[in-house]
Design a binder for this molecule. Structure first.
Ligand SMILES: O=P(O)(O)O[C@H]1[C@H](O)[C@@H](O)[C@H](OP(=O)(O)O)[C@@H](OP(=O)(O)O)[C@H]1O
Ligand SMILES: [Mg+2]
Ligand SMILES: [Mg+2]
Ligand SMILES: [Mg+2]
Length: 308
């Protein structure tokens, strides 16, 4: 039987939404078990049983339908054969998707797609019990550009607010297809911060280059947070105006999903010189070597501040 050569983005995104939610169940179970199975991939770069099981579940399940899809996952691991096919119809009756999804997205050549999976973003925070910023990130890129993204936050209440109350861990899904109105995004800007410039950056990898970027932008408030995905979501939900990390550290799987959601809400993500990030399977291109800057508006203003 010949394999399909095209796919419907609504079906792929439907499957990814469900799989991200199921990965959240896996991540919560591992956390509650108390045995995280921490391995150090390198200094300051942990992987846990939750990262592994989450990635195996997502990729193994996608493979039950799309066997030759290009998938780039953060973790180096065997992918077990899974026989349960994920549902692919969640978005097929979504009014906005039917009316606003670009027609070409409904019949995409599989060979031009790459799926980037960060099965658990902010692992370091996860190992330290600071789970509010943990999330599963799935990005779908087409010919080098993000076209759909899914974020699932396992350790938050229904408003997406971190809580230590395990009974409130209902989790939250944020997803977008570029060109389709995004649902469920909140404006989380506090009243005291209206009119101010808030910059968010790393909590765990501060260095001179980051300090220089902060000095160049001169924000009214400097916020420090864990998780590349979490900081991106802070910009998407107006809790920060700009997220900058001006040196190597983040990878394509950290940003592809959030990037698609950001584009869908009118934001921008480039390197600190304003160059587009191209999504590729080339191992040489996986690291964002020059860093990233993420904004919801006035992107060029921040690029000019960083480079003048
Ligand atoms: O946890 P994984 O999936 O390995 O992804 C990491 C990113 O690759 C790093 O860029 C993040 O470091 P920063 O918080 O300095 O952005 C890092 O944030 P963290 O140091 O707060 O955990 C993570 O988001
Ligand atoms: Mg990550
Ligand atoms: Mg990760
Ligand atoms: Mg990692």
């Amino acid at each position: 039987m010949s394999l399909p050569t095209t796919l419907n983005l609504l079906e792929l995104t439907s499957a990814c939404i469900k799989l991200a939610q199921e990965s959240g169940d896996i991540i919560r179970e591992v956390f509650k078990s108390g045995s995280l199975g921490i391995e150090m991939k390198s200094v300051d770069d942990p992987m846990t049983k939750a990262d592994l099981l989450s990635q195996q579940h997502i990729i193994g399940s996608l493979r039950t339908i799309w066997k030759d899809l290009n998938i780039v996952g953060e973790e180096q691991c065997e992918i077990p054969v899974i026989d349960k096919r994920p549902p692919i119809d969640l978005l097929l009756n979504d009014k906005d998707c039917i009316e606003k999804c670009p027609e070409e997205f409904k019949e995409l050549p599989i060979e031009d797609l790459i799926i980037f999976i960060d099965p658990l973003d902010a692992t370091r925070e996860f190992t330290l019990g600071r789970v509010g910023c943990v999330m599963t990130l799935i990005g779908i890129s087409f010919r080098g550009k993000p076209i759909a993204g899914i974020i699932y936050q396992p350790f938050v209440d229904c408003n997406g607010d971190a809580t230590t109350d395990q009974s409130q861990w209902v989790g939250r899904t944020i997803w977008a297809i570029v060109g389709v109105p995004v649902k469920g995004i909140k404006d989380k800007r506090s009243k005291d911060d209206i009119g101010k410039v808030l910059l968010v950056t790393t909590a765990s990898h501060f260095n001179d280059r980051v300090q220089q970027a902060v000095d160049a932008i001169k924000p009214d408030k400097l916020l420090r947070a864990g998780g590349a995905g979490y900081k991106s979501l802070m910009v998407i939900e107006n809790q920060a105006d700009v997220y900058v990390f001006p040196t190597v550290g983040s990878k394509l799987w950290d940003i592809c999903g959030p990037h698609a959601i950001l584009l869908a809400v009118g934001g921008k993500l480039t390197d600190p010189k304003g160059n587009d990030i191209i999504y590729s399977t080339n191992p040489e291109k996986i690291e964002n070597k020059n860093g990233i800057i993420i904004t919801i508006s006035n992107h060029q203003k921040y690029i000019d501040l960083l480079n003048n």
